[in-house]
Design a protein around this ligand. Structure first.
Ligand SMILES: [Zn+2]
Ligand SMILES: [Zn+2]
Ligand SMILES: [Zn+2]
Length: 175
């Protein structure tokens, strides 16, 4: 475990350094899009811009994804070790034995997707759960999930009611 942590730390700081040298600059991206728009003289859908931008920044995105993945696996491991607590295990066992998610039950958080998870707000109350979808559950526990607009795995993806979409902060701000 210690060895893994050391190795992981090194890898993250290595990637971070690399990343900091040439960050994806949102402003620059917008400028690029503007320029691209002027050149073509046509209005294109945001998704097409994103694709064009992405194909021109493949390397950066690859690095970014790599960094995200390393971070995520690190978080998962940490969470796993932290999660080995008896209350949690007991609560999960009781819930899976006594509570069934009703067929067709929608997520109580977004009211959009089917509920596939039982979330305990308090492990000391093992039979009190809320039924949530995968994305909302990830959001509750602050793990990464994918943005329906840009397709990236982000930490801050949340359900935006008036869009009826799960969006990351960047996409939401641009809107
Ligand atoms: Zn949901
Ligand atoms: Zn949960
Ligand atoms: Zn996004």
């Amino acid at each position: 475990m210690k060895e893994y942590r050391e190795k992981n730390k090194k890898r993250i700081s290595e990637l971070k350094r690399k990343w900091n040298l040439k960050p994806i600059n949102i402003k620059k991206k917008n400028e690029y899009m503007k320029e691209y728009n002027q050149k073509l003289g046509v209005k294109k859908h945001r998704k097409e811009y994103n694709e064009e931008w992405r194909s021109n920044n493949k390397e950066k995105l690859k690095e970014y994804r790599e960094l995200t993945e390393v971070k995520e696996s690190h978080n998962k491991r940490q969470k796993h070790y932290r999660s080995q607590n008896p209350e949690k295990i007991k609560a999960q066992n009781m819930a899976s034995y006594y509570l069934k998610i009703p067929k067709g039950q929608l997520c109580v958080r977004c009211n959009k997707r089917l509920a596939k998870h039982k979330h305990h707000e308090d492990y000391n109350k093992p039979l009190e759960v809320i039924f949530v979808c995968d994305s909302c559950h990830k959001q509750i526990h602050n793990t990464y999930s994918s943005c329906e607009n840009c397709g990236e795995e982000k930490e801050d993806v949340r359900y935006i009611d008036h869009h009826k979409e799960f969006m990351c902060g960047d996409c939401y701000e641009k809107d």
